[in-house]
Every structure is written in structure tokens, then in C-alpha cells.
Design a protein around this ligand. Sequence first.
Ligand code: AMP
Ligand code: GLY
Length: 417
Amino acid sequence: MRVLVIGSGAREHALCVALQSDPAVTALACAPGNAGTVTLAQAFPLDAADPAAVSALAVEWQAHLVVVGPEVPLVAGAADAVREAGIACFGPSAQAAQIEGSKAFAKHVMTAAGVPTAQFSAVGGEAELETALDEAGAPYVVKDDGLAAGKGVLVTTDRAAAVAHGQAVLGAGHSVLIEEFLDGPEVSLFALSDGTTVVPLLPAQDHKRRDDGDGGPNTGGMGAYAPLPWAPAGLVEEVRATVLQPTIDEMARRGEPFSGLLYAGLALTSRGVRVVEFNARFGDPETQVVLPLLETPLAGLLYAAATGTLAEQPPLRWRDGAAVTVVVAASGYPERPRVGDPITGADGEGVLHAGTALGPDGLVHSAGGRVLSVTAVGEDLAAARQTVYERLASVRLADAHWRTDIALAAVEGRITT
Ligand code: AMP
Ligand code: GLY
């Protein structure tokens, strides 16, 4: 099988690593890719946000399966264009990807499907903003309705800051959601779907804030670990039955079947499981810890999801142990990441590339906010954590920033539900 991965982050690097180890894969390409993916997959220049360019590359390269990593191409219609060209594609249609592309759409689907989520109100103008904030009360949760790479949300007890964030989103021409605050630990649960059948993967936890101790701004994700030793028994089955399957069924009922990866961002609140958000693709950095634990060959699974045959697949096999990944961010991330700095030590074991590029000098340079995702698997979380931080010690990037506490609360037994 010739597999073309679309994207250029550490998630796509992790997908390439997993796909490369599947004996069914005879050729692998990743476009546009990064300085890490080029070491194991053919690279092509590509504007991934242009569906016609994605399908043209898939046809020219004679792909049997296209795997679309990021949300932007999906929302733009990349999967539709690839399927129209007669090639199997892992990823939802533009319409189905609205489950991530519009938080208001996701809320409508959840309401219709009876899926538990935070109470919310959608605000289209400044006049309603303050009323909605006062009705919800502190802590305030203020969200950009559209795609914002994980950075459109402000959770704060500072009313003036909440108003200012809402005004900024409205000023950019988007609508704003004001939500009920959800307490309790967060879980990222991915599920493969072919539009009908749902196959959950292992639960993982992301660390969304930039700094140790969950300080600083929200980011795209600073590190992750899997599995979750503190997760209640039966969590995955509960979420499959009350969140994932009803959502997939509702999308099919609307005539917008969702095939690809449905990512449920959950809060385990004092009142039960609530959906914080849905994403229409593999999460980054959670993919970097879920895929190394998966023993079932990945390409066959993604092909089955893309072709409507997931129900025929045997149960997934997982290896024992745990995985931890730590994101190396550029100075200035997330507001104004500095790019163009040389990186050394980026070819070590477990080092996945994100915002990297090969400079004219043939050396690896930083080219984005999240630069690397350093990953390790161990017999338990404590062992994986130790290895990952040892590996980080060999990475050199001027003024780089990473959290030193990824998975620490779980290792110390400080997470309770
Ligand atoms: P989102 O972009 O919706 O995933 O939100 C990003 C992050 O903001 C989430 O992972 C949470 O940490 C936080 N967040 C979002 N919605 C809520 C909520 N209703 N209550 C508490 N925290 C939230
Ligand atoms: N890890 C958060 C995301 O992928 O959206």
C-alpha cells in the first residue's frame, strides 16, 4: 500500500513512524513534511490547505491511501477532493469536519445526540457579551467559535480579561461562545470511525498550558502521556456508549457521516463526564504517545476506516507500559515564536520533528512554535518520564522552552476523579 500523509507536525512524524513499521506499507510520503519526516518518507512541497493540490499530489504519486493530519485541510475539503479522485482517504469530509471547525455546530450535534457537554451561549455582538458572562458567572470560559489551533479559549476569573478576549474574537469577525466552567481532570480519547462503527484508542492526557504547574497561556499542547493510571475503570466503554457512538450516529442521521478520527476532549467533572470539544483529527501531542503503544498495524486500520470495513477488524492490540512526550517550543511561543534558530541533537531516539526545516546549509532549523516532540516508552509512566527527560538533555535550541512536569501529577498520584 502506498500511503501519503498530509501535514508537517510531530503528529505526522509519529504517523509516519507507525506507518513505516506496518509491513503492508510499500511506499510512504509526507507532504509538505518537515526535517524529521524526510528521513523516512518522501517529501513534496504542498499547500495542504488547497484541496485541489492535495488530490493532485495523491493522483500523481499514485497513493492508495491518503491520511490527512491537520484540521485546516479537512475543513477546507481535502478529504472530499481525494475521494472524488477515486483514492481512499482517512479523514472526514469538510461538512463532517465542522464538528471541529465550528464549536456551535458541535454543540448542536451534541444536543441532538444527547451527549453531555458544558452549557453554553453563542454571542454574536458586544451587547450580548457582558450579559452572557454574568449569566454564566466566574470562572469565565470564553471561546472563539472558529478554528484557533487551541489558542482561542480563555479561562479566567478576571471579568475584564474575559470581556476583552470576547471583544477581540468578535473584532476578528468570529462569534463567541460563553461556556459553563467544567471542573475535573481532562482526558483525550481518540476513536477511529468509518461513519458507522467506532473503535476507541487508549485515553491520553494533554498539558495545554505553556508553563509548569499549568501556568501561562493555552497552547496547542506542551506534552502528553498515555495510558491514564488514574482513569476510572470502564471509562472508555462509557465514553464509547454515551459520547462517541451517539455522535457518529447523529452525524450519519444528518447525512454528514463522519469517517476518520473523532477526538473527544473530555472533562471528568464532579457531575460526570462532559465533552469539552470535539476534534476531527488525531490530536497533537497525544498521537505521539498513543501510537507507540499500538501493536496492531496502523495502515490496515486507517484503510479500514477509510473504506467502511472497521467492523471486520479484530480487536486492537496494545503493548504494556506507558509513553510520555514533551514538546520543545521556540522562544516566544505561543504569541510570537522565533524561527530560524539552528537545532542540534534532533536526530536522537524518540525525537519527533514539528516546526523544523532544513536550512540552505543542510542543517536543521526551527520553523514554527512547537519545534520538537521528544517521546519515550517505558514499563510505566515514571520510567517513560525519566527516559524522555534524559533524551531532552541532548537537544540544543537557543532559548527553547519545555515543561519539566509532564505526567508528573499522574506519577505522584495527585490526579483524582
Ligand atoms: P478547547 O479549544 O475547547 O479545547 O479548549 C482548550 C482548553 O481550555 C481545554 O482543554 C480546557 O483546558 C479549557 N477549557 C475549555 N472549555 C472549558 C470549560 N468549559 N471549562 C473549563 N475549561 C475549559
Ligand atoms: N492536543 C490538542 C489538540 O490536538 O487539539
